[in-house]
Write a protein that binds this ligand. Structure first.
Ligand SMILES: *[C@@H]1O[C@H](CO)[C@@H](O)[C@H](O)[C@H]1NC(C)=O
Ligand SMILES: CC(=O)N[C@H]1CO[C@H](CO)[C@@H](O)[C@@H]1O
Length: 272
């Protein structure tokens, strides 16, 4: 049973992430029972509103389908750790795609997954010095999908890991909802030395180096924010973007019935 599950997954997903799951020490609980459709819908109350450009794009089914390529996601540690990791992931993608504002119906933190593409991108996000993942003529690498994947340096390796040509066909991230969720999970699960993966941080597998300790980079939701956009947002007490991420997380952990864990903020962390 377990091995035929792995074999069928190998055709659909990167072998790397599936192999990583073999190290899993704890009992298997499907993501669909940790995040039921009802819970998903109460988290994303407005994603299919007419006002949301991503209306009807991000479905529960495509989220669950995408997680099957990443068996270690939400499946390490105690039930609390698993739920907290999933809540942290959903909170971060909510900030990236939010349609909320301070007086929005149901509050600002009920409006995640409202956008699928960056509005008014200020550039094509092409780093022409990157020769490993060269930009394809005429293609633009602005934010798309739940994590707002950006830059050729991310579209290239994400596509390679997930089985599409990210450099030639970046648009697919905004056109295929399963691929869109997979790019967000790929970003979440991938370590970029010396930067740990968001996953490792949320499940207690991150080991801080001396440099990390000197920079206050201790595990918690704030460190995940640091991984995602620390260069712009961390080390600034009271940053509104950081607080928006925290607001989503605080609402979601309540819906999952777990606590936030320590180090919510990155106000006193240096970026990587
Ligand atoms: C680490 O955090 C403390 C406050 O908790 C702060 O005073 C210190 O400046 C921070 N260190 C760095 C390197 O940001
Ligand atoms: C059919 C469809 O949704 N096409 C979209 C694919 O993505 C590009 C840009 O990312 C959009 O402009 C298209 O509308």
């Amino acid at each position: 049973m377990a091995s035929s599950f792995l074999i069928s997954i190998l055709f659909l997903c990167s072998t790397y992430f599936v192999a990583e799951a073999r190290g899993r020490e704890s009992a298997f609980i499907p993501i669909s029972s940790l995040v039921t459709k009802n819970l998903f819908n109460s988290i994303f109350l407005h994603k299919d509103d007419a006002a949301c450009p991503a209306k009807d794009f991000y479905t529960y089914e495509s989220f669950i389908h995408a997680t099957k390529c990443f068996p270690a996601f939400g499946s390490r540690g105690s039930l609390t750790t698993r739920k907290r990791e999933i809540a942290a992931f959903l909170a971060q993608i909510s900030h990236e795609t939010t349609g909320g504002w301070s007086t929005a119906p149901d509050g600002p933190f009920s409006w995640g997954l409202c956008f699928k593409e960056e509005i008014n991108p200020q550039s094509d996000y092409c780093d022409s010095t990157n020769t490993q993942w060269p930009c394809y003529p005429g293609k633009r690498y602005y934010g798309r999908g739940p994590i707002q994947l950006s830059w050729n340096s991310n579209y290239g390796p994400a596509g390679k890991a997930l089985g599409f040509d990210g450099l030639k066909n970046p648009e697919i991230v905004a056109n295929n909802s399963v691929i869109a969720f997979k790019t967000a999970l790929w970003f979440w699960m991938t370590e970029r030395k010396p930067v740990p993966s968001c996953h490792d941080v949320m499940v207690g597998r991150y080991v801080a180096t001396e440099a990390d300790i000197a920079a206050n980079r201790t595990a918690g939701f704030g460190l995940v924010t640091n991984i995602i956009n620390g260069g712009l947002e961390c080390g600034i007490p009271g940053d509104a973007r950081v607080n928006d991420r925290i607001g989503f997380f605080q609402r979601y952990v309540k819906l999952f019935n777990v606590d936030t864990g320590p180090n919510l903020d990155c106000a006193y962390q240096k970026s990587f």
